[in-house]
Design a protein around this ligand. Structure first.
Ligand code: MN
Ligand code: MN
Length: 413
């Protein structure tokens, strides 16, 4: 069974353009020797290549291409076994214009079905859909290096009771404005356990009630820390439905600690099954009516996905780390995230990208229009206090100095 691999790439420098005819000639001979057929389209500085042949030969060739310094921004779009070769020989198509005339040059056999993914990918490439959203920002925009000593956490009084559940704090940041927009409270047991471990042995109803009750501790902690930004808490759909007036109970807890609902973001995970959609919708409406800011958490990780978004438009969508990881070199994730961004833009929903760990991921997402981020690149969750935030130097303003490596409370809004 042949393997088909499709990628796009970009010439590393315009000076390589002169070498392209030679490159193409060489590639054609090499592919013939390897039993690889396919298609290479060049549009300006961009290439789209379809490689078909024995899996091992195709993969080895792709690895060599990805490592070739003349290419940059190599994005894998598709790699899977196919029932038959789409191309019986090797084709090269340089395209200097867009539209139907250019597409006629591509040897895609007539009579194929409309669901042909190769055709779809080729056409979207020729429409510019696989071009970078803007001149790629330099990923070398230096962060404080990983091995540099991190500034210590902000000094704080110890929590009142060390045996209680605790919260690890992780900020959501807006690097373009060098601002912490909110801080998420992640529940932890006394030994750092995740909430699921703490709730073991309880009935479902007890779990939901406990989940709701612990939010009071989060508000108390937020007050103790005197946080100058919004606070984000996690609430399961079950907890939201466990009592008829859960939203009002939550509001009472928040206000008892001086937190107006407009300064509280309630994150609801997409992953948890929403078995009672009508009641869930009512409970969320109550949250909105009480003035809470709502967010769908871990968007893209669960099964509800777009159907959840279709019936529940939150103020925020947090894109799950699984979609963010390695996005700068993963075509399907790029396509999905761009669609989610477009959708959220149209619906006026703010997007947060979760799980950012590398400058390359950050650069791609910023170029695509994401402004808010959460992840280890900026700050690690810290129990009992606000963790220090690392900022990219490209976002450093003129007043910035080494002292700005930590959270600047005066700039937090
Ligand atoms: Mn969350
Ligand atoms: Mn999350």
């Amino acid at each position: 069974m042949p393997h088909q691999l499709i990628y796009r790439s970009r010439l590393a420098a315009p000076r390589h353009l002169a070498g392209v005819p030679q490159l193409v000639l060489h590639a054609g001979r090499r592919n013939e020797a390897l039993g690889i057929t396919g298609l290479l389209i060049r549009m300006g500085e961009y290439f789209l290549q379809v490689l078909e042949g024995p899996a091992s030969a195709v993969m080895a060739l792709y690895d060599a291409i990805a490592a070739d310094p003349r290419h940059t921004a190599v994005v894998l779009i598709r790699s899977e076994p196919v029932a038959r070769r789409r191309f019986q020989s090797w084709h090269y198509v340089p395209v200097d214009g867009k539209g139907a005339a250019a597409q006629a040059l591509v040897p895609l056999d007539a009579g194929d079905d409309d669901d042909d993914r190769v055709r779809g990918i080729v056409e979207s490439f020729m429409d510019g859909a696989w071009s970078d959203p803007s001149p790629a920002p330099s990923p070398s925009a230096a962060f404080v290096p990983r091995h540099a000593p991190a500034p210590g956490p902000v000094a704080l009084p110890p929590p009142t009771d060390a045996t209680e559940v605790r919260f690890a704090l992780q900020p959501i940041v807006e690097p373009g404005r060098r601002r912490v927009s909110s801080v998420e409270f992640l529940l932890r047991g006394p030994q750092g356990q995740a909430p699921t471990a703490l709730l073991q042995g309880l009935s479902e109803r007890q779990r939901h009630q406990q989940d709701l009750a612990w939010k009071a501790l989060a508000f108390a902690e937020a007050t103790r820390l005197d946080l100058p930004c919004r606070v984000a808490i996690n609430l399961s759909p079950g907890a939201l439905l466990s009592a008829p007036d859960a939203a009002r109970a939550l509001m009472a807890m928040a206000e008892a600690h001086g937190w107006a609902p407009g300064r509280v973001i309630v994150e609801i995970t997409e992953e948890e099954a929403i078995t009672q959609p009508d009641q869930f919708h009512l409970a969320v409406s109550d949250l909105k009516a009480a003035g809470f800011v709502t967010a769908i958490d871990d968007f893209g990780a669960g099964h509800a996905g777009l159907s959840l978004l279709a019936q529940f438009q939150p103020d925020k969508v947090k894109i799950d780390r699984m979609l963010v990881q390695d996005i700068h070199r993963t075509g399907p994730r790029q396509a999905i995230v761009r669609a989610v961004l477009d959708c959220c833009r149209r619906l006026g929903i703010t997007v947060v990208a979760e799980g950012i760990e590398s400058v390359e991921e950050l650069a791609w997402l910023q170029a695509a229009g994401v402004q808010r981020f959460q992840g280890l690149l900026f700050a690690r969750p810290l129990v009992g206090g606000m963790p220090p935030v690392r900022w990219p130097s490209s976002a450093v303003r003129r007043e910035a100095g080494p002292a700005l490596a930590g959270v600047q409370r005066s700039r937090v809004a």
